[in-house]
Design a protein around this ligand. Structure first.
Ligand SMILES: [Cu+2]
Length: 74
């Protein structure tokens, strides 16, 4: 878990399985950005990880990712 400073939104990283190319990365990025309260989404395709800022439940992230055909695995 990344360090959280006062006044700075918490950074969350989740593992996602199923992303294979830049198109998948874009789809994931757009889906996460569309969630209210989520910002600064960045995706690492090699690691299969997505990082973002915002106070949002893990269930919401899981649901959003599964809707576009991928799976949150951690
Ligand atoms: Cu792809």
């Amino acid at each position: 878990m990344d360090k959280t400073e006062e006044g700075v939104l918490q950074m969350t990283t989740v593992k996602i399985s199923g992303m294979r190319c830049q198109h998948c990365v874009n789809a994931t990025s757009q889906a996460l950005e569309a969630i209210a309260g989520v910002s600064n989404v960045s995706i690492d395709l090699d690691k299969g990880e997505a990082s973002f800022e915002g106070d949002v439940s893990f269930e919401t992230i899981k649901e959003t990712i599964s809707k576009i055909g991928f799976e949150v695995i951690g």
